[in-house]
Design a protein around this ligand. Structure first.
Ligand code: SF4
Length: 483
């Protein structure tokens, strides 16, 4: 490339495998500078990993000014702060600019479109025996790298509990809140308690108008006509729990007959049924579901808890799912391709980054069509699936575990807000954004961490509605090695 529009100069960026290789490397390509002087000037900024050097080629060869890229990985803001401070002390960064950089790296990520701010790298320009200036290259990335991010700028999803026993959320309230979702670029809504809710079509219509992807949770068998009506009104996908009494199989069959593949199944794994996992995967695949979500280690319904799977069951399930996913990545057609409008790493219910949402004809081949994921609520399983090496374990960031209050919130039938209905904590606010920004409860739960002493502490955020103490968690190595 040319540097800054200087058409008679060509900029080359050379990546050196080690710090020591820079100096003989520069001499070899014809840089005329004193490499001993260069090494001495750069000594305080020495890097241990791959280093890129910018050189300029003019008509007479390599020009004297070169630029060395340092600090080129995402790091925790406190570490970046120290680097900025060193630049300030060295007279290479004005305090006002340092402050602006500190603010930049502290922005919360935006859920939709999904963005995280960072400094890609710093470049130290060198000429005539000294570093003349430092430049920071700012970036945005679709990846969340650290537990440091406690929440998104706005919720990524709002769950609406439309009916609850005798109570029902008024259509006016629901419409008002959906309008707020649209204004705040919230792009996902999930609806529960839709059966018998009279104005539901209207809500779906407003979702469609505001480009909000509407997922409908079905808890009962629904007629073909009702499903057709919801699809026509704007339902993007359906979510069904694989519990016999919910009529999920009949609903899946009807959706399949309608040629609507946008439905996901969720299976609750507990101590009494963990051995059924392979059978459940097969069964879900036969229905043509777009995704099977494995969940567990959370309350399975309000007030009802089942015994959490034991350590052996979690390890076995992790292996089954990892093998399944590997085989499907190898054999599947579209499994790794994000759909339109889905950010590459946006957190979903499942551990996979791929989002649901097309209306392609349903397939029957589980190996090529269905996704198999683990709900973030089942964080210990996701952590174990990622492996014991913390550096390689990909279960990280906001989506590593419980996402209540960090990715989504819920609106209950009485109009109150809650981070998650299982936490039994309600608050009343006029605006979703007000609740998201000011609720003391949300602030508090965002501070929760994994269990101290557990090797997965930074790769897991378990359901605090179920696992209140470290010893409640079968994965915690209180009496054994890490799985
Ligand atoms: S509290 Fe968190 S982990 Fe538990 S059920 Fe709610 S969202 Fe899931």
């Amino acid at each position: 490339m040319t540097s800054r529009g200087e058409l008679d100069i060509m900029r080359l960026v050379i990546s050196f495998p080690s710090w020591e290789s820079i100096f003989p490397g520069l001499t070899a390509i014809g840089w005329q500078g004193d490499t001993a002087e260069l090494a001495s000037a750069l000594e305080p900024w020495k890097e241990s990993q791959r280093i890129a050097v910018n050189i300029d080629l003019g008509a007479d060869g390599v020009l004297p000014k070169i630029g060395i890229e340092v600090f080129s990985r995402w790091r925790h803001p406190l570490i970046v702060d120290k680097f900025i401070m060193r630049l300030e002390d060295a007279g290479l960064c004005l305090p006002e600019k340092g402050e602006a950089l500190r603010r930049w790296i502290r922005f919360r990520p935006d859920a939709d479109p999904f963005r995280q701010t960072l400094i890609n790298y710093f470049k130290l320009n060198y000429k005539d025996g000294k570093i003349t200036e430092a430049k920071a290259y700012l970036g945005q990335t679709p990846y969340i790298n650290h537990n440091y991010f406690d929440a998104y700028e706005f919720p990524g999803r709002v769950d609406f509990y439309l009916r609850d026993g005798e109570r029902a959320l008024s259509a006016d309230s629901a419409l008002r809140l959906l309008a707020q979702c649209g204004e705040n670029r919230l792009r996902r809504a999930r609806f529960m308690g839709v059966e018998g809710y009279e104005e539901f079509d209207r809500l779906l219509g407003v979702c469609r108008e505001n480009s909000i992807r509407a997922e409908v949770a079905l808890a009962e068998p629904v007629s073909r006509e009702a499903l057709e009506k919801m699809i026509a009104a704007g339902a993007d996908s359906f979510l069904m729990d694989m519990e016999e009494e919910t009529g999920w199989a009949a609903n899946a069959e009807t959706l399949r007959a309608l040629g609507f593949a946008g439905f996901r199944l969720r299976w609750f794994m507990h101590r009494g049924n963990a051995q059924d996992l392979p059978r459940v995967i097969r069964r879900a695949g036969e229905t043509g579901a777009q995704e099977l979500i494995i969940t567990g280690m959370k309350p399975c319904s309000a007030g009802l808890r089942r015994e959490t799977p034991d350590r052996g069951q979690i390890i076995a399930a992790a292996e089954i799912i990892n093998v399944w996913q590997k085989e499907n990545l190898r054999n599947g057609e579209a499994i790794n391709e994000p759909q339109d409008g889905d950010a590459a790493n946006e957190p979903q219910d499942g551990v996979s980054a791929v989002a649901p949402g097309t209306n392609e004809p349903a397939g029957t081949d589980a190996k090529s069509r269905m996704e198999l994921t683990v709900e973030s609520c089942f964080s210990p399983l996701r952590a174990v699936m990622g492996g014991a090496d913390e550096k390689r374990n990909g279960n990280r960031g906001i989506g590593r575990g419980c996402e209540a209050g960090s990715y989504f919130v819920a609106v209950l039938a009485d109009g109150s807000f809650t981070p998650c209905p299982y936490l039994d904590a309600r608050e009343t606010y006029g605006f979703i954004s007000e609740y998201w920004e000011h609720s003391p409860l949300l602030k508090k739960i965002r501070k929760q961490n994994g269990h101290e002493g557990c090797p997965y502490a930074r790769r897991c955020l378990p359901c605090f509605a179920v696992i209140r103490e470290a010893c409640d968690c079968p994965v915690h190595p209180l009496d054994g090695d890490r799985p």
